[in-house]
Design a binder for this molecule. Structure first.
Ligand code: PEP
Length: 245
């Protein structure tokens, strides 16, 4: 159960969040819990979650260990700061920061793996692509661009998030059937490239307007291995209800 805070919360807000959130999810043993705050809040989040069942991740990674890349953060820096995971190829990064360029998601995924981080690789179609009957094509294309050149050993460490762009931050959640069908497309492609056992073991999260009142229905789908939550992860009560669905 992963939260993506995007560009919200100061370090002080981060400390307040965990002061409430940690105890609300302390008994959760059915899942892994992850919060991806802005990079500036990672240190505060790592301190605030030490010794708890909550992990901290980043929202982006630069491929490369260190160098003259103003404003960027390598996997090595994120791992050193205490991150365990990193979100890669989020649709906001694909739309506004060139993450849809060929090879970017692949390079970032490899960089994350080399740094010992678990990559959460996002794929998802725009509304026009869904309406134009292109969902499957887009999912397969994004999956292949990002992941097809990984080794089997690398692929086994990847988590995929299906995030239909039309459902992100819009309040329009995909129906469980839509989400489930998309997950099945991703799993079929994983089987074609890496074999059935790897595809069955792949964890696929759904993201797009997940809220406390729809998490249970979504998670009831057998294809669903977890959720990636934006807006509803900002409030400790709300995200704890999703975690404890
Ligand atoms: C996201 O940012 O990945 C996301 C799914 O956002 P929201 O839950 O707000 O739709």
């Amino acid at each position: 159960m992963a939260g993506n805070w995007k560009m919200y919360k100061t370090p002080a807000d981060t400390a307040s969040f965990f002061a409430k959130f940690n105890s609300l999810v302390a008994a959760a043993q059915h899942c892994e819990i992850l919060i991806c705050p802005p990079t500036l809040d990672v240190t505060t989040a790592v301190e605030a979650t030490r010794g708890t069942n909550v992990m901290v991740g980043a929202q982006n990674v630069y491929p490369g260990k260190e160098g003259a890349f103003t404003g960027e953060h390598s996997g090595y820096l994120l791992k050193s700061a205490g991150c365990t995971h990193v979100i890669i190829g989020h649709s906001e990064r694909r739309q506004f920061f060139h993450d849809s360029d060929p090879e970017v998601v692949f390079k970032k995924t490899v960089a994350a793996l080399e740094a010992g981080l678990t990559p959460i690789v996002c794929v998802g179609e725009m509304l026009a692509e869904r309406e134009g009957g292109k969902t499957e094509e887009i999912l397969v294309q994004q999956f292949r661009e990002g992941l097809a050149s990984l080794t089997a050993e690398q692929f086994a460490k990847v988590v995929v998030a299906y995030e239909p762009v039309w459902a992100i931050g819009t309040g329009k959640t995909a129906t469980p059937q839509i989400a489930s069908d998309a997950h099945a497309v991703i799993r079929k492609e994983a089987a074609a490239l890496f074999g059935q056992p790897a595809a069955s073991a792949l964890r696929i999260l759904y993201g797009g307007s997940v809220k406390p009142d729809n998490a249970k229905t979504l998670m009831a789908e057998k294809e669903m291995n977890g959720v990636l939550v934006g807006g509803a992860s900002l409030d400790p009560e709300s995200f704890s209800k999703i975690v404890n669905y």
